[in-house]
Design a protein around this ligand. Sequence first.
Ligand code: ATP
Ligand code: MG
Length: 570
Amino acid sequence: MADEINQNGEKTEPASVTLPTNFIKDIINEDLKSGKNDSRVHTRFPPEPNGYLHIGHAKSICLNFGLAAEYGGLCNLRFDDTNPSKEDVEYVDSIIEDIRWLGFDWEDRLFYASDYFGKLYEYAVTLIKKGVAYVDDLTGDQIREHRGTLTEPGKESPYRNRSIEENLDLFERMRSGEFPDGSRTLRAKVDMASPNFNMRDPVMYRILHASHHRTGDKWCIYPMYDWAHGQSDSIEGITHSICTLEFEAHRPLYDWFVDQLGIHHPQQIEFARLNLTYTVMSKRKLLQLVQEHIVSGWDDPRMPTISGLRRRGYTPEAIRDFAERIGVAKRDSMVDVALLEHCLREDLNKHAVRVMGVLRPLRLIIDNYPEGKIEELVAINNPEDASMGTRKLPFSRELYIEQDDFHEIAPKKWFRLAPGAEVRLKHAFIIKCVDVVKDPKSGEVIELHCTYDPQTRSGESADGRKVKGTLHWVSAPHAIEAEVRLYDSLFTKEIPDADPDFRDNINPHSLEIIKGAKFEPGLRDAKPGNRYQFLRHGYFIADIVDSKPGAPIFNRTVGLRDTWAKIEKK
Ligand code: ATP
Ligand code: MG
């Protein structure tokens, strides 16, 4: 591909990130062709700091930052912090951490709508002076009563035609704190008969004597989201204001504001929000899960929040890959959570070290293995990536295998262990089960006795004997113990929201804690955040909050079985 020459005559590198073609890119391409906005592309991600980010936000983040990168443009991070009663610095901090973790950089362009409170106030005065904004003395309830219905126009407020002087005076006094909360508002004078409710004289300012996490007590009037959002985009010189579909009906109002003010006019483009099966995505509901202690916090590994997914063991690469694959569309749809897990497995498969762990141990003694003898066997770290090397595994007379890997009465096609049966121990030898010890009271199998064939050491196929089953194991005297947290879907229904109360669909088995699982000794010093594939069990991560070197705790990130691959084949 030939280098391109930009307007200044400099050579520029062609963009390296490529999202699949979509209707948003079509619009941007048209704008670039026509030279609109001096051919700049400037997007932003505008979260409200009233909760943690979730996987739906990740879609928007990847889209906004991705487009900016692809077109050699810029993407801002701006907090739309216009609602002091629901916002908190905890949310601001978590949002910053999450976007960084996803791999995106806003450089020095971190902004807050609250930075613009002064400017927005000036803009409001401009509109009052133009005669298109007025102070209303109606209460919130009265405003609602006046709003009209789908079939009937709204009623004009008796205060709608105040003089400009009176409006200026009252608005100034609203600002200086003279009036109590809720006693007055500033409204845009648009059209009470508009078929679009957003145009029926929307409220621009309300009185709220509340401390703001950034501006403190400087303000006792706060801009409504609809008044702040579009102007904030305009102030930042945003060219393409990308947002979700529910804002489509707000666009005429945003356009009306910037046109009345005669300021830079960003173009709003709406796309369908991400919905995932077996997941609730609304911040209100996620907050409910946290506040009612249904989960351990915003970062509970069962939460669809970025911090929950991170703790669960998701990688930023997997999430970005997912965002690319789902693309963007104009119509709402439901994405199968199996696709997200598929992206995760694909990434982990490339990078995770394969190790052995026995979740429910059963003691196994090799009768013909000399007591006290220890052999070091060589194990491959990742068959997908030879550069990840090998490690040594101790082998001894006493081992643990998985309880499930033994059946006293073998079912048909059982290739694992049973009395008289032979299996291979992964990276080790072929063994044969010769005796079963049971608890005399319960009848439960508590110990197996086996013999091994020293000629069958892995990689040294002295005799070509083949067995069908391969089991994972750990050496009992060398094994370390760890807690394992097996996570499953938080909801039992594909669309948890479909019922009146989504909490009725909570999966009571979404977390199973196993204490005393046994692992190969190298895992003793697992660092929080280390990822592994436990052979035959799935992908796991040493918990980034509770796990400590010397006392590891492993979260199951995802199982090995890929249901998406099956769905795709159909
Ligand atoms: P929620 O409805 O979950 O409370 P929100 O839309 O109020 O979310 P914001 O903080 O306003 O949350 O979201 C910031 C940006 O992320 C917005 O541009 C919004 O459109 C986008 N966004 C929110 N949820 C989704 C989603 N499920 N899919 C895609 N984008 C989303
Ligand atoms: Mg919002």
